[in-house]
Design a protein around this ligand. Sequence first.
Ligand SMILES: Nc1ncnc2c1ncn2[C@@H]1O[C@H](COP(=O)(O)OP(=O)(O)OP(=O)(O)O)[C@@H](O)[C@H]1O
Length: 221
Amino acid sequence: MITADGITVAYGRHRVLDGVSLSVARGETVGLRGPSGAGKSTLLRVLALLHRPVAGTVSIDGTAITGIRYAVPPAVRTRIGVLFQSPRAAADPRLSLADLIAEPLRVARLPRATVTGRVAELADVVGLTADLLIRRPHAVSDGQLQRACLARAFAHTPDYLLCDEATTMLDAATQALIAAVITDYQQRHNAGVLIVTHDPALMTRWADRCLDLGDLAAVDP
Ligand SMILES: Nc1ncnc2c1ncn2[C@@H]1O[C@H](COP(=O)(O)OP(=O)(O)OP(=O)(O)O)[C@@H](O)[C@H]1O
């Protein structure tokens, strides 16, 4: 289980989250909603170990994680995958989709042949064909690029997948495809999934339980 306990975040003097707690268990899909600017993305970034809270703890299976980003041991960091709203903001425009998917594998210094094989496997999981893998982001659609970002998020087979409005800018068919790929991954790996979305229909269809950010704080921000 991944848990945020008593998370408080401030940007300068602006306190965005105040003592917020939530948990996502392996195998479940939790939906997180709340008004724009309430701090959903901020909470997701804290859970993804990308943002250090002023107070509070993120833990996995009861073990508190100290530090963020590369200060977290790879074996812990790779248990969490993240998918953001805008694949264009999340992708290096100089990389081919194959290199984009390979990024986390190269960071882990896996042998070249292992990386090549794993990229092919991951591309297959998200339905990207070989002709798309050699293209750079400017030459593919948002949906195709988001699929590459999803493959990248799956690279180390994370136990938890955090999705921040990950299908918002996509058409209905691509949205359904991404949701189906994530659900399939979740079932195969018993992954816990957290989805932030403004789309009530998607939330109802996808999440096992829905949480309102405003209800999670010990004290209202
Ligand atoms: N890096 C930052 N520096 C300063 N303020 C920030 C920063 N990131 C977010 N904020 C502010 O923190 C508040 C919460 O932002 P956040 O993106 O977490 O909300 P959200 O609930 O995800 O909103 P939305 O639904 O519109 O995406 C907002 O008022 C935002 O302006």
